[in-house]
Design a protein around this ligand. Structure first.
Ligand code: BGC
Length: 750
């Protein structure tokens, strides 16, 4: 038990007992209301003006307080935990005399990390990749607002979630934290998520800037890519998200880009982020991603994390003070850092509206998570209309594998959320163990049983293929759950499902032709058994409402609407890099149990120059490769027809009609693509706009989509600007990137 004080109107106005946190101590604040930036007149000023007022009052040491964190804290056993830390991954001391609160930072990519450490609860949302599968900016806003709400209730004022790296590498261990392969879709969804998060007066962060597109060798690899491709691919996702959300912070990544670490990369930080995009927030390093003092600070890094608890052992802090004293770093640059941190705090509202701790509402979180999951789970195959299952006509269901009797899989690493009651497959109270696949108690077996109370619904763990096949043989339908645990710092070696699960599906499908597969994966996988099963759902990691959502989709209470935000390749050989670059070196070192692997294997290049901006479907189209499932693909229990595409260059709009030609109400994600004039050199089309269209049976709606000039432009490196070429643009519309029944040409003249 402890006393927590909150200052207001110059006095300690409120004292209350918290039963939750044993360590937190009071932040002593002065007569806050009299500080000029806190008076009613002060509050009416802009965040920048208010920040300037504070910076003027600050001593050198106070400014330096804002440049680095205070060490690993709870992240590393035995390290010092600052007295006022809320026990998240990052902490920055506030400046009491100026009424500037501490910054308590929590990892929160798909829900808040490390809640169990404090006997707190956090909602596990579906993978961010699942949210991207909804193509729904409002759904993404809701996703972010769940995280923001719970952060605030847990006493945090900053999120360090918000991953937006695009899926250049289908086997990337962190794809589940990101929004897929298309920069416009990823930027739009990621930006709206961050907007929802920040709407709770929480500082948001977008990461990992940039090109942290694989985890293998992430601290030592050097990405090679030309500027035009950079701007039209990964950087475009960041540009869009930042424009939408104006996040408080951007986290630079571990890797190098064209020779310089991302956290000391003048091109990425100063030139693109701060100058070209006019970004006003601060740049925070990924944890230990800082490699220098003067180079980094002059290149645009503003904040080192996690910092070192011993003064002088980090690159910022004392070393930065020495550099400022020696005139190697202008004092104005330190003021700029302080300004950026403070203006972000004012803009997010964490100074005017500090978090108020409350009990998190698990029901509300679960309902939101379920709703998002229902829009996230993609129906990939439905032969002979096997789905939706009839609860009355289906007399027996064999549920097999994937621990579907106890829960659904979640993603690992710093995006791991603690499961209520502990890991469903190994229940021990407390914080999740790094590297262990954690299952959440949203139980497919239970939910399927609940939907079909008169059917015989039994479970087989799928650990013995012959036994699973025999078990499946007698049932009306077999539902096989397959899982692919993924975690930060590791990539999948191949697109194949791990642990021989392909053989399990083959065995079950051979025994029962009415087999449905539910994929719980971090991203795309191969499916050698695709022709032998009748139903396939890509459920990603579906979150705490995942099983309920899945059961609603299986039995048709919800009509599937999600579409793939990533291409599923037929084999690793079809990807731009048939093998994850560097994975051989890493696995060799792993075999030899080399400690600190990335310090022992030589740095290597990851050369993206051949594919350039041709990420995902753009690569497949321009290389004339057939995917297993294309970007934008997803089935419904109804059918849609497209007609009458028209474009108006002057109005910058395209219109077409979509009709629900089936018997159920549904939501179609209608997509518009553009192929630029040949002068662009692009041999592929780009997604330029989409809309979710809700349609009753027989209903027709006109879809009107805006043609955003930037999304039709190329990046002109010589002019360092976007350029809309004149000429003929081939527009096409339809239900996926490979099915675009409508086409028209629009002429753009300048
Ligand atoms: C991850 C970041 C995370 C940080 C703090 C790093 O290893 O790359 O995404 O925010 O740790 O936990």
């Amino acid at each position: 038990m402890h006393l927590r004080s909150i200052a207001g109107n110059g006095k300690l106005c409120l004292l209350f007992l918290s039963l939750i946190t044993p360590t937190l101590v009071a932040q002593i604040s002065p007569d806050v209301a009299k500080l000029p930036w806190m008076t009613p007149e002060g509050k009416a000023l802009s965040p920048d003006q208010r920040a300037d007022m504070v910076v003027k009052e600050m001593t050198l040491d106070e400014k330096l307080q804002l440049v680095n964190g205070t060490g690993w804290g709870v992240l590393r056993k035995g390290d010092r935990v600052p007295a006022r830390s809320n026990l998240g991954a990052g902490f920055l001391d506030g400046i009491d005399r100026l009424g500037i609160p501490d910054i308590n930072e929590a990892d929160s990519a798909v829900g808040i990390r490390m809640a169990a450490l404090q006997s707190r609860y956090a909602t596990l949302l579906p993978s961010a990749l699942g949210a991207a599968s909804s193509w729904n900016p409002d759904g993404a806003f809701l996703y972010g607002s769940v995280i923001g709400r719970e952060l605030r209730q847990q006493g945090y004022n900053m999120s360090i979630g918000g991953g937006i790296d695009i899926t250049r590498e289908s086997r990337n261990g962190r794809n589940f934290e990101y929004f897929g392969e298309d920069p416009i879709l990823a930027g739009t969804l990621g930006g709206n998520l961050m907007k929802g998060l920040q709407s709770n007066h929480i500082m948001g962060d977008i990461k990992h800037y940039a090109f942290n597109d694989q985890e293998t060798g992430r601290n030592i690899l050097n990405v090679l890519l030309d500027k035009r491709s950079m701007r039209e691919s990964d950087l475009l996702a960041f540009e869009i998200a930042i424009a939408i959300a104006q996040p408080s912070a951007v986290m630079c990544s571990y890797n190098k880009v064209n020779g310089d670490y991302a956290c000391e990369n003048d091109y990425l930080l100063n030139q693109v982020l701060k100058k070209d995009w006019g970004y006003k927030g601060f740049v925070v390093s990924d944890w230990t991603g800082t490699h220098s003092t003067i180079k980094a600070v002059l290149a645009g890094l503003d904040n080192e994390q996690p910092g070192n608890e011993t003064p002088g052992k980090d690159f910022f802090g004392l070393k930065l003070k020495e550099a400022v004293d020696a005139g190697q770093v202008p004092a104005a640059r330190l003021d700029d850092i302080a300004h950026r941190v403070l203006r972000s705090m004012f803009a997010a509202g964490v100074i005017d509206n500090p978090p108020v701790r409350r009990v998190v509402d698990p029901f509300r979180g679960r309902d939101d998570a379920q709703h998002i999951a229902e829009e996230s789970i993609v129906l990939l195959k439905n032969a002979n209309h096997l789905l939706p299952l009839s609860p009355t006509a289906t007399h027996s269901i064999a549920v097999i594998g994937g621990h579907a009797d106890v829960g659904v899989l979640s993603g690992g690493g710093s995006a791991q959320v603690d499961a209520p009651g502990g890991n469903a497959i190994d229940p021990k109270p407390g914080r999740s163990i790094w590297g262990q696949a954690v299952y959440f108690p949203s139980v497919p077996l239970r939910e399927i049983r609940a939907k079909a109370p008169n059917a015989k619904v039994e479970f087989n763990p799928g650990t013995d293929n012959a036994a699973a096949a025999a078990f499946a043989k007698t049932a009306n339908v077999a539902i096989v759950f397959v899982t692919q645990p993924m975690i930060e710092a590791h990539d999948a070696a191949t697109l194949s499902l791990p642990n021989n699960q392909d053989a399990l599906v083959e065995a079950v499908a051979a025994a029962n032709p009415r087999t449905i597969v539910v994929l719980e994966t971090g991203g795309p996988v191969t499916m050698p058994w695709i022709d032998k099963v009748q139903g396939i759902f890509a459920a990603w990691y579906p979150g705490i409402g995942g099983a309920q959502a899945l059961a609603n989709l299986i039995f048709g209470e919800v009509n599937p609407s999600a579409k793939l935000p990533v291409t599923f390749a037929k084999s690793d050989a079809d990807l731009p890099h048939p093998q994850v670059p560097g994975i051989d070196l890493k696995s060799e070192a792993e075999k030899n149990h080399v400690p600190g692997i990335e310090t022992k294997i030589p740095p290597f290049d990851v050369d993206y120059r051949a594919e350039g901006a041709r990420v995902g479907y753009k690569w497949f189209e321009s290389e004339h490769k057939q995917p297993l499932y294309p970007f934008g693909f997803g089935l419904s229990y109804t059918t849609y027809a497209y007609s009458n595409l028209k474009a108006d260059a002057a109005q910058k709009i395209a219109t077409f009609q979509v009709k629900n030609t089936g018997k159920r109400a549904g939501t179609e994600i209608a997509q518009l693509y553009a192929q630029l004039p040949s002068e662009s050199g692009e041999s592929y089309k780009r997604l330029v706009a989409w809309q979710r269209v809700k349609l009753n049976p027989g209903e027709v709606k006109t879809v009107t989509l805006t043609l955003d000039p930037k999304y039709l432009s190329i990046f002109n490196v010589d002019k360092n600007d976007w350029q809309l070429l004149t000429g003929d643009y081939k527009l096409s519309a339809g239900p996926s990137s490979t099915e675009t029944p409508l086409a028209t040409t629009v002429k753009i003249t300048n």
